[in-house]
Design a protein around this ligand. Sequence first.
Ligand SMILES: C[S@@+](CC[C@H](N)C(=O)[O-])C[C@H]1O[C@@H](n2cnc3c(N)ncnc32)[C@H](O)[C@@H]1O
Length: 258
Amino acid sequence: MTDNKNNNSNSNSRNYSNNRNNNKIYFIGAGPGDPELITVKGHRLLNSADLIVYAGSLVNPELLSNTDAQKINSYGMRLEDITSTMVEALGRGEKVVRLHSGDPSLYGAIIEQIDELAKYNVEVEIIPGVSSLFATSAALGIQLTLKGVSETLIISRPAGETLKEDDLKELSRHGATMAVFLGTHTIDEIMKTVEYPPDTPVAVVYHASWKDQKIIKGTVEDIAEKVISAGLTQSAMILIGGVVDPVQYRRSHLYSPQ
Ligand SMILES: C[S@@+](CC[C@H](N)C(=O)[O-])C[C@H]1O[C@@H](n2cnc3c(N)ncnc32)[C@H](O)[C@@H]1O
């Protein structure tokens, strides 16, 4: 298997800095969808940008509607083309924003962009965002770490080019809460792979925080059928574990009378 880390020789030349010069691109977390769920800092930078390169359909177009900046959807673009587009704009003295859905650090493929930009001596400042994972827990009204149920959260994705099927199986043996990104289209496989007890609660939240948000609840045994019959194939979070529908939990010490 190819190890991207080993292929990359730029790790020492990444420039994450607070240096406020003009040779910088802002990587901003757009949040999960609701345009009010971007940070104040992200919003300010977005609205003062000249060029916004945004990461496809998971960035709500409403976020882009109040700015005169040039907007480019990076969906389907090659890494090198994304980079040169941004570097050229920077060279013209423009303020450049790279807008990622949710939080850029989760499945955002940002390191390869940062390394590519480093070749042009371009610095990056990352502005975090609200991940869709947290919009999902908010939509469900739950706590991802719950005393007496699970206080460990595993974040993963389905098997594919970068992850073996065994990995998800192995991870599920911990009995921790598991959030699976990028897995809606293959939910059937995921549920067959994981080794949670069949009655373990599962929630699938489509477009968490968007106006058309949908929540489907079930168990490891029956969730795939429900999701498939609802016609959901993408843009959803899969959350597995007792925290989704807690029957018994323990109070935290935080608010105990003692
Ligand atoms: C490329 S990843 C980007 C994740 C993003 N960086 C984040 O922190 O939410 C895309 C996946 O995130 C999940 N996702 C993104 N936005 C979502 C939303 N509003 N509701 C549910 N899942 C979402 C889906 O699993 C989707 O396939």
